[in-house]
Design a protein around this ligand. Sequence first.
Ligand code: SF4
Length: 155
Amino acid sequence: MRKILVSECLYGGRPVRYDGAEIQCMDPLFLKWKAEGRFVPVCPEILGGLGVPRVEAQRVGGSVMAKDGSDVTMAFARGAELALSIADEHDVAFAIFKDGSPSCGARLIHDGTFSGAKVPGMGIAAETLAAAGFKVFAEYETGLAAELLEILGFD
Ligand code: SF4
């Protein structure tokens, strides 16, 4: 069965977000694929060694800065590389990632000012996967993901 890499906060089951909040994805296609056992959940920030709760962070150019001013780029980069290793290991068809995240953002990221504003861009892990050739969808793009899964084959 073709596997799909997913943001663990969308998959649910344990708190992984910086604020510990639950944001499980309830999209019908997402839930169908979850029930099929198709998902490989990863949280790049946890993989990178960060804990819950942790200080909110945003991309600032090539770096990732926490709201307290600390530079957390290395942890984010480590998590991105480990997420890519897991994608390769499971030969995933593509990824479905949480948009807006400095790690998982597929279409939008926060603008680095902690004002709530978002700009077009990708999180570090999404960018790393895309550079390696994996298509990365946002959680609201399951219809597009389904089209690609049909092309690639479900099994
Ligand atoms: Fe979710 Fe990705 Fe943030 Fe982890 S790094 S909490 S999986 S958006």
